[in-house]
Design a binder for this molecule. Structure first.
Ligand SMILES: Nc1nc2c(ncn2[C@@H]2O[C@H](COP(=O)(O)OP(=O)(O)OP(=O)(O)O)[C@@H](O)[C@H]2O)c(=O)[nH]1
Ligand SMILES: [Mg+2]
Length: 217
């Protein structure tokens, strides 16, 4: 009985996600579902990418948090359309939430939409939102072993950002082990090392996102 209910929920989410994807594709919109642990640097990365792309491409942001509009306010300060979803305890966004808020985001065709999922390295990976790209952010202080432990998240990723590389000298982070863990799970994921603090690597990330955006359109 329990299992049947769970299956139904997942099926309903998948249906809505497919509808979302179709609607985004028709409008040439690239949607990036950004997933990571709390504090890994989701908002920092979004802000850096917005800064690099402002005036070059239309953009919008959907912020997912259990509570508060702290991150949405940072995006709003850059003059980019943003909507905050508060899940009120839920550990992930789902396709219906995205379907509900998209009309209010009011973005132009051919834009890029960044969805900052709720900080969590497990639950968001299971819920398709209808995105074009799944981007997972790992950060140096979390440790090199995360791909070995949170396999579903790294398995799902199209792009893996390794953030906070400026902290490498202060942390026992074994980069080879991190890459080994990623490669054991995924052949498709591109890994891009960045520091949102120094700005290093952001240009590579922007190039990668624009390449994918141009392919999607
Ligand atoms: N040293 C360093 N700190 C960083 C870097 N990127 C982000 N931070 C800091 O890490 C903290 C968390 O960054 P956020 O971007 O808010 O992380 P988040 O993943 O959006 O966090 P939640 O939304 O709470 O899940 C902030 O204090 C940032 O200033 C980086 O590259 N280097
Ligand atoms: Mg954030």
């Amino acid at each position: 009985m329990e299992i049947k209910v769970l299956k139904n929920i997942m099926h309903a989410n998948q249906q809505i996600a497919q509808d979302n994807r179709k609607a985004f594709d028709e409008k040439g919109i690239t949607v990036i579902n950004i997933m990571a642990s709390p504090g890994a640097g989701k908002t920092s990365t979004i802000l850096k990418v917005i800064d690099a792309l402002k005036g070059k491409v239309g953009m919008g942001v959907i912020e997912g948090d259990i509570a508060s509009s702290i991150d949405a306010e940072k995006v709003d300060a850059l003059g980019i359309p943003v909507i905050q979803i508060n899940t009120g305890g839920g550990c992930h966004l789902d396709a219906n939430m995205i379907k509900t808020v998209m009309p209010d985001l009011n973005i132009e065709d051919n834009s890029i939409v960044f969805i900052e999922n709720v900080g969590n390295l497990v639950c968001p990976s299971t819920f398709d939102l209808g995105e074009s790209i799944k981007m997972v952010i790992a950060s140096v202080p979390e440790g090199h072993d995360k791909p070995f432990k949170y396999t579903s998240m790294f398995e799902a990723a199209d792009i893996i950002v390794l953030n906070k590389t400026d902290l490498m000298p202060y942390i026992d982070f074994h980069k080879e082990m991190f890459y080994k863990g990623v490669q054991a799970l995924s052949q498709k994921a591109v890994v891009i090392e960045v520091s949102c603090r120094t700005g290093e690597g952001i240009d590579s990330l922007v190039k990668c996102l624009m390449k994918k955006h141009n392919k999607v359109r």
